[in-house]
Ligand binder design. Sequence first.
Ligand code: AMP
Ligand code: SF4
Length: 464
Amino acid sequence: MKDWNEKCAVVGIYNAYNASILSYYSLFSMQHRGQEASGISSSNGEKISTYKNSGLVTKVFDENTLKKLQGNSSIGHNRYSTAGEDSIDDCQPIFAKYSLGELAIVHNGNLTNAKKVRKNLIEDGAIFQSHLDTENLIHLIAKSHKHQLVDRITDAINQIEGAYALIFLSRTKMFAVRDKYGLRPLSLGKITNPDGSVGYIVASETCAFDLIGAEYVRDVEPGEMLVFEGAYSKHITMPKSIKIFAANPKPCIFEYVYFARPDSKVFGRNVYEIRKKMGIELAKEHKIKADMVIPVPDSGVAAAIGYSRESGIPFELGIIRNHYVGRTFIEPTQSARELKVKLKLNPIAEIIEGKEIIIIDDSIVRGTTSKQIIKILRQAGAKKIHLFISSPPTISPCYYGVDTPDKSQLICANHSIEEVRDFIGADSLAFLSLQGLKNSIQNAGEEKFCQACFDENYIEDLQE
Ligand code: AMP
Ligand code: SF4
């Protein structure tokens, strides 16, 4: 049973002029990773200030709130969560004062042993303020008897299990940690300040680097902690690397399928290139004759370009997306979700009428989106509709920080492909194979990915 899964964006800025504004822009560029709430903590070397609220980044922050977040280091978070309370306590960063000073934390992922750890802490007298599994870390750090924060964080990390890309901000230092499987992405970039001094950024996706003019350096390695120190000295060096765990990389393949922005580099590779290749592989696996290939915007665009290129079938933007509507997935009830598809997508009848079309999307989760899309395409006069999906059927939920619904709601987990085709009303339905998906990832070689939502092979040590 999962309840507090977080699929989010995190950013950390160290030793940069107006760090909170850089965090703000970074969070803005990563808005697709979470639209429910947003928050930033900043430090001026003496004090950490935090501001967080529910809503989109541009709604949460304005000039005044950002002005109050002073200092040259900061961390930020966008929250994406479909369950739980809608309270500010459940937004991040989480902030606390403890015996060594002040600390703020942001987390992308899901801690699989969180309930057990929390129960032990509560039995030991801890008082919790939120439902967040991340709050465990504050308590574990506060309780550690080590004298240095770096050792306390290491102590705490050794007691948690699961998927995490974590950033800790103290008054003078910043720490970035990735779990040993590297399930969630976290990259390191270099900032050149206006006076020529150097600063650093760590972020879930590199599209944040592009927006603030930072240069990609490398990924934070699985099992690695980066320690940023020396701010205010003007000549800070590269962050110190500490191996906390031996790496056992299993990065999340779904980042490539759906989650990340196509202009980002994730796990060292550009996402757009991979999605286009998924379309090419899909065309190799499922060849048919049709008048045109149409993407479901925006999630199917790159794969549809690949499919069209490989098959020679013309690409058309036959469905237009209204960008001013949020994602449909976050709506709590089924009927609201259906309405939102209509609000968001509108086919161009003049292009589609009387035609046999291939529609490309990245995944089928509940099947609601596809069903509605097929319906509006029929209304627009399509003669035959083939729905091709650029990933395998999603048959199992994610426990590592991507918010897929329970198995009971995953249509492909409970029905055959023919039943799903019948439900969504397509003339044919096809999926990319898992091998095809792997083939799309350049230089994947023997590299292992987590693909549990497609094959149910969960990581053995991470069972809830
Ligand atoms: P559904 O109507 O539930 O089948 O939703 C499928 C659509 O949701 C696809 O077009 C995907 O682009 C998108 N999607 C896939 N996985 C997720 C996810 N974890 N969170 C939000 N949207 C998703
Ligand atoms: Fe990613 Fe799926 Fe693994 Fe979750 S189960 S980490 S979504 S591949």
